[in-house]
Design a protein around this ligand. Structure first.
Ligand code: IVH
Length: 380
């Protein structure tokens, strides 16, 4: 069985017209993805396009479009909202291969002026929607989307529907948990059943479903989702984190307050001393991906030490002390070659799509059974 790397080949842009066309495509992809909850390009194509734009910009710094989407949080396309974030909610830079992780380590070392000494954490990169959840005196008072990183939308209407984000904590803590909201596979199936029962369309995938559910304020039904924190910041100047807490210690404080963290996922949070060991953990998490009860699109490696994080600092989009190791995309585009009717396993007549063969999560997909409600079951 073969898998398709997330970035098979780095394509390059030949001239300014190709650069502008690529920017326009990136903008359209981000506008639909962040604004409307569906994707016009698959993740691998999107990543390749962004890398090609960044490469062209590095070679033609004088020609960079003033509002280039390649260097903004959410490509500048997410609905911003009107709630200011406590501190900016940033994105992550990506690597796709072991040698790129090593190169990231070398750039971190250059920024620190010495070899990183505080170790690294390795945790899953959950494929959902980023939110900041504010607790005051142990009560969940507000949930805010990432938006443009500086301001987000208030989506507090989902309070009470998210496993892992209790409305009331057992301790009177005041802090802001930051993490990802998503549908587990089981929750996704239940959500689609509820939607069908209400005469609605099924969600295209769990990620789009989570983003849409956060935005939808007037549905006649509520859908359960799950949250895992990957960070926390202090709120209203109230002490919450132990002095000088690194990443692992921060998540431990969040967990002790009663909120789920990446450490509670089956993939776990691992503290390692160096990047060789981090790569082993990346490979181990990648190997368990298909068995995880929720979608991941990568593994995140972070410098654990608060001091080293502060020294490494932040760029405009992402911290220099953390990196996302992207895994091969499980969503791909292909060509619909034919559709025919077939009696399915349950005896129901169902349309079957004949697809140009495409690698998906380690399998070659050539057929899709189309469900009349709008979703598709993929077959090799
Ligand atoms: S750390 C300042 N850790 O991936 C640190 N992000 O593609 C910023 N994500 O914006 C984020 N799992 O929404 C971090 N374990 C994890 C994550 C994670 C999912 C999301 C997050 C981020 C996006 C970047």
């Amino acid at each position: 069985m073969t898998t398709t790397p997330a970035v098979e080949a780095h394509f390059s842009l030949s001239d300014r017209a190709a650069y502008e066309a690529a920017i326009a495509r990136l903008r359209e992809a981000s506008r639909t993805y962040y604004g409307e909850g569906y994707s016009v390009v698959d993740d691998a194509t999107y990543d390749r396009l962004r890398l090609a734009v960044l490469a062209w910009e590095a070679e033609h710094p004088e020609d960079i479009a003033p509002d280039s989407p390649a260097d903004q949080v959410a490509d500048g396309a997410a609905p911003a909202g009107d709630v200011p974030h406590t501190t900016r909610l940033l994105s992550l830079d990506n690597v796709f291969a072991p040698e790129e992780l090593i190169a990231w380590g070398a750039s971190l070392q250059r920024r620190l002026g010495h070899e990183p000494a505080g170790g690294f954490t390795v945790e899953p990169k959950m494929d959902g929607a980023a939110v900041a959840a504010r607790y005051r005196d142990g009560r969940l008072v507000q949930i805010i989307t990432r938006g443009d990183g500086s301001r987000g939308e208030d989506v507090s209407h989902v309070i009470g529907t998210i496993v892992g984000l209790p409305e009331q904590l057992p301790v009177p803590a005041t802090f802001e948990a930051r993490g990802e909201v998503l549908f587990t596979q089981e929750q996704f199936e239940a959500a689609n059943e509820t939607r069908i029962a209400h005469g609605g369309d099924v969600f295209a995938n769990p990620r789009n479903g989570a983003a849409g559910t956060l935005r939808a304020k007037d549905r006649p039904y509520r859908l359960a989702m799950t949250f895992w924190a990957y960070g926390a910041v202090e709120l209203d100047g109230v002490a919450f984190l132990p002095a000088g807490a690194g990443h692992a210690e921060t998540l431990a404080a969040v967990a002790a307050a009663g909120v789920r963290t990446t450490a509670d996922t089956p993939a776990g949070l691992h503290v390692v001393t160096g990047l060789a060991e981090a790569q082993e953990r990346v490979d181990a998490i990648a190997a368990m991906r298909a068995a995880l009860p929720f979608g991941i699109d990568g593994v995140v490696i972070k410098a654990d030490s608060a001091g080293e994080q502060a020294t490494a600092g932040f760029g405009s989009r992402f911290p220099y002390w953390a990196i996302a190791y992207k895994l091969p995309a499980v969503e791909r585009q292909t060509v619909l070659e034919d559709v025919f009717w077939e009696v399915g396993r349950t005896g129901v007549l169902a349309p079957t799509a004949v697809l140009a063969a495409v690698e998906l999560d380690g399998s070659t997909v050539t057929r899709a059974t189309l469900l009349l409600s709008g979703s598709a079951a993929l077959r090799g």
